[in-house]
Write a protein that binds this ligand. Structure first.
Ligand code: UTP
Length: 477
């Protein structure tokens, strides 16, 4: 039901949020209408609950860590896993892809503030030679996986109100990177108002409320609210392969991973990588009172992060890399309105530019505000029969998060080169690399050509003539 203007303003006053309309009389007609429309989309009850729980209310302190154990994970064959089980998983996953049951899902609604790039992160160039964008890399991988199994794999992309238009424009300009346009679906995630230390909603401009995306956990309710879950159901899709926009080496549609999910009757499956070192800043896959969960490094005492087993290995060794498979009905449940299964919100203190009571725009140098986000891995304790499999870091995880240093464009480019060099070596091609596996020159393997190492080996065998491997070469174009 739409409220009248007066009723809308009154509802904000009653909720103690009347400051939002403090400058209403100074606005022109268009700005006034825009502010009122923005305000009408805010769920005041949700905001009140968040403020009570995370801002003004008594904080409960740290996470309950009682009885925390490492979660069981399926090891890779080279680390003691059963090769026959992996082969069976690959076969089951391939059959599911072939049957058209699988969609790819990229979460790309974040603000990418650490990278400091102006534009949707998916339009950031990442490959070593062609400088293809993240979106193009994923599009090519999805197209190749579909071609390999004789299907068109639908691709759902989560955007936010902040970057949705720019994202669609980038796809239009690139003619959807050769994908059928109707196989690409954009889903807009929700925005939540940012508040100050007293729980008051902040204004970004006199006529604009400061809103931030509701976190990657918001993906689940966005998939439900947008009708994407219904679209999937109508198309016979029940397996959703989830990955982040900032990780170009992810296997977007990994048959073995999908197979483990299917064979385990899992509602939510996850990939883990062994931690690079004890205090690596990743979430940890754990078990508590029989339920799987991810505990962020910031919630985990160092003594637990560093704890070892009798063999000297790290006890909590399974790092989360934000790669999951969701069961469609589970998304409907965890992202739906009327269920006990709900993702919690978390509080993050941020520097949020705002308009003060005098109408001055303030750009803070210290965190002044609070934003609320849901995390997708909080769905794990809600899921039945979760499966966690080990992934090789170099085959699946090298995100572009920061402008420089760890997880930067450069570290990611080098990881791509290492991966390409490994694929060539697996296909029997001699290529010089340093002790870290990095070749001394830049080249690239087209993702349209091969989706993984086994695929590359097969494709390479058939390639005639074979290119010379040297600086600047692009294989498979
Ligand atoms: P990050 O946690 O890296 O956040 O998101 P971010 O917003 O992209 O970057 P910073 O922290 O501002 O530098 C991990 C993944 O989750 C998506 C991002 O797009 C990225 O793929 N995400 C994050 C969303 O889709 N929505 C959100 O609200 C937050």
């Amino acid at each position: 039901m739409e409220l009248s203007e007066a009723a809308l303003i009154e509802s904000f006053n009653a909720a103690g949020q009347g400051q939002v309309f403090q400058f209403l009389d100074e606005l022109d007609a268009a700005s006034r209408a825009a502010l009122l429309a923005q305000a009408a989309r805010i769920d005041l009850a949700e905001v009140a609950g968040l403020v009570a729980a995370h801002v003004t209310g008594a904080h409960t302190g740290g996470l309950d860590l009682e009885g925390l154990e490492p979660a069981p994970c399926i090891a890779r064959p080279e680390n003691g896993g059963d090769p026959d089980r992996w082969a069976a998983a690959w076969a089951a996953g391939s059959a599911a892809i072939q049957a058209g049951r699988v969609a790819a899902f990229t979460v790309a609604g974040g603000q990418g503030t650490r990278l400091g790039y102006d534009g949707p992160k998916g339009t950031y160039p990442v490959t070593p030679v062609r400088e293809k964008t993240l979106f193009q890399v994923f599009a090519e991988k999805i197209a190749r996986s579909g071609e390999r199994f004789g299907v068109t794999i639908p691709w759902f992309i989560l955007t936010s109100g902040i970057n949705n238009t720019a994202t669609i424009e980038a796809f239009e300009a690139a003619e959807y990177f050769g994908l059928p346009k109707d196989s690409v679906h954009f889903i807009v995630q929700g925005l939540v108002p940012a508040v100050d230390g007293a729980g008051k909603i902040l204004l970004a401009e006199k006529g604009q409320i400061a809103m931030t995306p509701d976190g990657h956990g918001g993906a689940l309710r966005a998939l439900v609210r947008s009708g994407a879950v219904a679209t999937m159901e109508a198309a016979g899709i029940d397996i959703v392969s989830y990955f982040q926009v900032d990780n170009p080496i992810v296997q977007c549609v990994d048959p073995a991973f999908i197979g483990f999910h299917v064979l385990g009757h899992s509602e939510l499956s996850s990939k883990m990588v062994p931690k690079a070192y004890a205090l690596e800043k990743v979430g940890h896959f754990c078990l508590q009172r029989g339920q799987a969960l991810v505990v962020e490094y910031s919630d985990m005492p160092e003594s637990l992060q560093e704890a070892t087993n009798a063999d000297g290995g790290l006890r909590f060794n399974a790092g989360s890399v934000a790669i999951h498979i969701f069961d469609r009905d589970f998304i409907a449940r965890a992202g739906g309105d009327c269920s006990g299964a709900k993702l919690p919100f978390h509080r993050a203190n941020k520097k949020i530019p705002f308009i003060d009571a005098q109408g001055e725009r303030i750009v803070p140098t210290e965190p002044n505000g609070i934003k609320f986000e849901m995390f997708v891995f909080d769905a794990l304790p809600l899921a039945k029969d979760p499966v966690i499999i080990e992934a090789a870091r170099g085959d699946d995880f090298s995100p572009v998060k920061n402008a420089e240093g760890v997880d930067s464009p450069q570290s990611c480019r080098e990881d791509q080169l290492r991966l390409f060099a490994r694929w060539l070596k697996a296909a029997g091609v001699a290529i010089e690399t340093d002790a870290t596996g990095l070749p001394p020159f830049r080249f690239e393997i087209s993702h349209r050509f091969a989706a993984d190492e086994a695929d590359f080996t097969g494709q390479w065998a058939q390639l005639d003539p074979k290119p010379e491997i040297k600086e600047g070469v692009v294989i498979g174009e």
